[in-house]
Design a protein around this ligand. Structure first.
Ligand code: IMP
Length: 248
């Protein structure tokens, strides 16, 4: 059953309450559709979705925001007042991703997603893997990490590697794990200045440049994080579609 206008007006506070559980609803006019009223924007089919992304990494937050597009508002740990790092004590990417999302859900009550990424190098039996951030020590220094990796692969013909991202989504009491993989190889030396982390030494399959040379636009099309994020969007759509059905 579709609600008529009177029903929508009557339901407005309930819609707001329900949707605000997963959504931030802007009461300002839509910039590209100034004639749309706030009531139109309260349609359960077009809410602005707010989720906490359990990270302090502004680079990653920007990447994910660009991939998600304009319908989503992403808050970071800093936005919700969580300044301290959430300890990553699990021994798998999956375990660490879940641990961070659960922490935010339990402490702050927000629906949340978190991600954990590892660089898995074939000739190193999957290392650095879950230890990617701290490969060269607790300082988590990207330059030292890359240097150690290049040293450990010196003289090695097999340069096959992959980035693997796990996203854990904790939403409406459910937990879901999503995976994105970007296969490639480790370059003989650092190349390029863009990006972050191991980008200067990682060449994705199909390219003869590193992520650091290819730039954000290309990386966002093919990266491990982009693939996992597209799965995240599909999953969020399933939730929001289910919510909308309650009003049909
Ligand atoms: P974490 O998931 O933030 O803990 O990242 C683990 C490690 O992988 C860190 O050293 C990051 O710098 C590195 N890393 C994660 N994503 C990327 C990427 O897209 N490019 C290069 N390095 C990355």
């Amino acid at each position: 059953m579709k609600p008529d206008v009177k029903t929508i007006i009557f339901l407005q506070p309930f819609l707001f309450f329900t949707l605000s559980h997963v959504s931030h609803i802007s009461l300002a006019s839509h910039p590209s559709h100034p004639s749309l009223t706030p009531l139109t924007l309260l349609s359960p089919l077009s809410p602005m979705h707010t989720l906490v992304f359990a990270t302090h990494n502004a680079h990653k937050a920007r990447e994910i925001e660009q991939i998600l597009g304009p319908g989503f508002s992403i808050k970071t740990l800093r936005d919700i007042g969580q300044e301290a790092e959430i300890p990553e004590t699990a021994d798998t990417l999956e375990g660490n991703a879940l641990l961070k999302a659960r922490f935010v859900q339990e402490k702050y009550g927000f629906d949340c997603f978190s991600e954990d990424t590892g660089l898995e190098v074939e000739a190193l039996q999957g290392a650095p893997g879950v230890h990617t951030a701290r490969y060269s020590g607790e300082a988590r220094d990207p330059e030292e990490n890359m240097q150690l990796l290049l040293t450990n692969l010196a003289g090695q013909a097999n340069r096959q590697a992959r980035f693997r991202t796990i996203i854990a989504l904790v939403m409406e009491g459910k937990e879901i794990l999503l995976e994105g993989i970007c296969p490639g190889k480790i370059a003989p030396q650092k190349q390029g200045t863009g990006g972050f982390g191991y980008d200067p030494v990682f060449m994705p399959d199909g390219y003869d440049q590193t992520f650091a040379e290819l730039g954000e636009a290309v990386k966002n099309q093919i990266s491990h994080r982009a693939k996992a994020t597209h799965k995240l969007i599909e999953q969020i759509k399933v939730y929001t579609a289910n919510e909308s059905e309650q009003f049909e």
